[in-house]
Design a protein around this ligand. Sequence first.
Ligand code: NZQ
Ligand code: ZN
Length: 389
Amino acid sequence: MRDFIYNIPTKVYFGKDQLHHLGEELKRFGNKVLLTYGGGSIKKTGLYDKVVKEVRDANLILHEYSGIEPNPKLSSVAEGADLCKKLDIDVILAVGGGSVIDASKFMAAGRYYDGDYWDFHSKKVPVEKALPVVCVLTIAATGSEMDTTGVITNEATHEKKGRSAELLRPAVAFMDPQNTYSVSKYQTACGSADILSHIMESYFSHEKGMYMTDTAMVGLMKTVIKYAPIAYNDPENYEARANLMWASSWAINGFTRIDKGTNPWSCHPIEHELSAFYDITHGLGLAIVTPRWMKHVLSDETLDRFAEFGIEVWEIDYNLPKTEIAREAIHCLEDFFYKDLHLTSNLTDLGITDKYFEIMAERVSNYSGEPRYVEMSKQDVLDILNASL
Ligand code: NZQ
Ligand code: ZN
């Protein structure tokens, strides 16, 4: 277990009757608000009208930037950041999912940066100042509402990269599970796959000794496994939507990996290459890649962890041989993604071929951070991608 600092300061308003606090929270940061949102789901659901009413009732000046796409593009970030400069915005109000919140985080940082906005992701220039971001979450998935990361796609170079900085963590998050009732079955499934993946990416680590966070991760994984199919089949089930929403935040806000240093992830870098080239839904890519990654890294060295995963998370009989438990655990995960959540099980169905696999594998393996759970050479990544076809 490593030393750590716990500092997760996002103020969360969770539940059905919290939006009336929006005005007072925004006012803490100033009076010029940029409302950011995506392709219009918030207009269809009526959330847009509710949010605008709160902002107007608080006598704040409201500007808008809309049309942020899933897998948000650098061009959208640039337009939003330029707008923040031009209008001298005080606070960004992001209403939507991970894409809207991620793009808003880099609009917030871009407000104070005069170079190319991609520098944050490519050159890792420091985020020295950023506008505060207040968010109203509409889909349980990425955890962006409470984490320090923004994942942006550079459409010109087909690169999709995440960048984290403490200043990007939303100041306030409004989480009303009812706002996720309208999320489609498909996006509910993809979001749940993403939450589960965030937990698994931390769970499969060599850092030992933190039974407390290990056990909490098991609880979080079981929460997703229990409630995702319920939300999928019964979209207005409050308990299911609420459990998924709160799990999404705690899966990635830093808590599960706080004792594990940087703990580099394995499946996310591969998926980000896929969605950079093919603009696929992030959670779907993870659901396809993760079981293949697991089969690829299962070995004598990792067997104990996979067996624990099988016994604790999937409740497989601990009397069975460990290899059998490990294989059965991967099989349970496949059933969860492809049967319970009806997600596509392969890349071929998405029209993806091996055309860009070389460059994807090169980029994933060209990495110099701390060791991953299991190191991945270019050939390893190629094997995982080919097995995903
Ligand atoms: O754009 P609108 O019209 O709002 O529609 C969205 C979008 O089409 C729709 N949607 C969202 N809430 C809805 C709704 N439709 C009906 N009712 C609602 N209440 O769902 C679609 C997907 O939205 P999006 O924001 O793209 O989903 P998600 O939250 O999964 O975000 C995905 C992005 O986040 C990145 C992903 O790579 C991807 O770019 N990630 C961000 C992370 C982070 N910040 O830490 C970590 C993740 O690993 C991930 O990489
Ligand atoms: Zn993710």
